[in-house]
Write a protein that binds this ligand. Structure first.
Ligand code: NAD
Length: 482
């Protein structure tokens, strides 16, 4: 038997064993086999990482680094990600079961996160303010905050970490990252690549481990200037409460239960493709999953038929194989959670039109069939709660007002899809939907250049785009009496 790879924390530019001396295993969800062991972090490791990030932040090398040079380093990091794309794609696929094909696509655009903020590094500036007192010059400066704590989930570790790391470094912060306990490997590799790109030791640190043991001490650490978190609404709420009393800012990207709305004037074939991609991509494990589908009654039967037919034909299996269309859930408990939600739906009166079964995918993994629920309504828990799996609930509607009310009747407000050929309706719906991202005749489009925000219980603060720079800087106002 080959020896299992052991991964340490990455602190101060060095692989660093955990104080506890303990490691936890990470499993390939497609096969149930152990892939590696990662350091089981605790408060002592967090302390070392924050100290290292603070020392790097205050260090002469970092303080002397010009904006232009920081931009160069970010660009170099983007290049290195591109050069190591295949290795990173495979590694993340083994960790969370995402299709290798999909990971290759993600890796093809991941360098853009670093290139975009590389381009912004020397353009972050303040303003001169013309106050009413002409003897006074007032100007503003944007300063880095210090040490940023970044806590990320397992469904897209590299991309979601990069959404935080690239802007944080762009404006001169340093970082301590706590990746999900299910997906430590690629984030550790990212920190190594940052060092290789030329970021000083300590600028990017990673402490691996469980949320309660490594995440919570990071959130509670007094040396932290900010927390940037992506994950569930329940954890986000705990983090918001823990940081509020210390007046530490937080950017929170949380869960969703997004509506995908198909009008009777839509191209139904395209809409069906968008509905299928919206819910079954990454086995439904995306925050933006279009898990509530509303179809106008005139096209309801046709849409249902198209979506069900496509769902039945989806090839489930080995995420590394080129022709696989649906991989496993990221771990066994997640698969069981999805299965229990479908059972709950059945007990609430929902009908399983297609899918509804767990499977080992023929390879010992944690798979769940693409599932369509009908005879559902907005009051059911399967329609209100985030399942985070390949389960769509499809409901008919009659009028625009009715569907706006249904779509907005949710605690979440992350994203929404609209399928229509009526331009006026498209604009109206974009205006009326209570969601931070609205897609019309497309679903899932995303770019590091385009800011996004979760409304209601889906988050606080903005990620991506130039807008997010404000989240990683503080504003100083200077008054000079002439
Ligand atoms: P999670 O909240 O369970 O865990 C996220 C991270 O928080 C992990 O690193 C975990 O170890 C850590 N954590 C857990 N408890 C903690 C605590 N008490 N203190 C500090 N850290 C703690 O979420 P998950 O299951 O890993 O991810 C799935 C969730 O993420 C879904 O709800 C999904 O919608 C959401 N998500 C949101 C976005 C977005 O952009 N809005 C993107 C992807 C995923």
């Amino acid at each position: 038997m080959s020896e299992i790879r052991r991964l340490h924390h990455f602190i101060g530019g060095e692989p660093t064993p955990p104080h506890s001396g303990e490691y936890f295993t990470s499993t390939n969800p497609a096969t149930g086999e152990t892939v590696y062991e990662a350091a089981r972090g605790d408060a002592r490791d967090v302390e070392a990482a924050v100290r290292s990030a603070r020392a790097a932040f205050e260090g002469p090398r970092w303080q002397a680094l010009s904006q232009t040079r920081r931009g160069h380093l970010l660009r170099r990091l983007g290049d290195l990600i591109g050069e190591n794309a295949e290795e990173l794609a495979r590694s993340e696929s083994l960790d969370n079961g995402k299709l290798l094909r999909e990971m290759r696509g993600q890796l093809a655009t991941l360098p853009e996160y670093y290139y975009y903020y590389a381009g912004l590094a020397d353009k972050v500036q303040g303003d001169v303010i013309p106050t009413s007192d002409r003897r006074v010059i007032n100007y503003t400066m944007r300063e880095p905050l210090g040490v940023i704590g970044a806590i990320t989930p397992w469904n897209s570790p590299l991309t979601l970490t990069s959404s935080k790391l690239a802007p944080a470094l762009c404006v001169g912060n340093t970082a301590v990252i706590k990746p999900s306990e299910y997906t430590s490997a690629t984030v550790l590799r990212l920190a190594e690549l940052a060092l290789e790109a030329g970021f000083p030791p300590g600028a990017v640190n990673v402490v691996t481990g469980y949320g309660a043991e490594a995440g919570q001490p990071l959130v509670d650490h007094p040396g932290l200037a900010k927390i940037s978190f992506t994950g569930s609404t329940a954890t986000g709420s705990r983090i918001a409460a823990a940081t509020a009393g210390r007046f530490v800012g937080s950017t929170l990207e949380l869960g969703g239960k997004s509506p995908n709305i198909v009008f009777d004037d839509a191209n139904v074939a395209n809409a069906a493709t968008g509905v299928v991609a919206g819910i079954f991509a990454a086995a439904g494990q995306t925050c933006i999953a279009g898990s509530r589908v509303f179809a106008h009654r005139a096209v309801y039967d046709e849409l249902l038929e198209r979506v069900a037919e496509r769902a039945r034909s989806i090839r489930m299996g080995d995420p590394l194989a080129d022709d696989t269309e649906l991989g496993p859930l990221a771990f066994e408990d997640q698969r069981d959670k999805v299965a229990s939600y479908v059972e709950l739906g059945r007990s609430e009166g929902a009908r399983v039109l297609t899918g509804g079964q767990s499977s080992d995918g023929g390879m010992g993994g944690f798979f769940y069939e693409p599932t369509v629920l009908v005879d559902v309504d907005n009051g059911m828990r399967v329609v209100r709660e985030e399942i985070f799996g390949p389960v769509a609930a499809i409901m008919p509607f009659d009028t625009e007002d009715e569907v706006v009310a249904l779509a907005n009747d949710t605690d979440y407000g992350l994203a929404a899809g609209v399928w229509t050929t009526n331009l006026a309706r498209a604009h109206r719906m974009a205006d009326r939907l209570d969601a931070g991202t609205v897609w019309v005749n497309t679903y899932r489009a995303m770019s590091p250049m385009s800011p996004r925000q979760g409304f209601k219980s889906s988050g606080v603060g903005v990620e991506h785009g130039a807008e997010t720079i404000k989240e990683y800087t503080r504003l100083k106002s200077v008054w000079i009496n002439t």
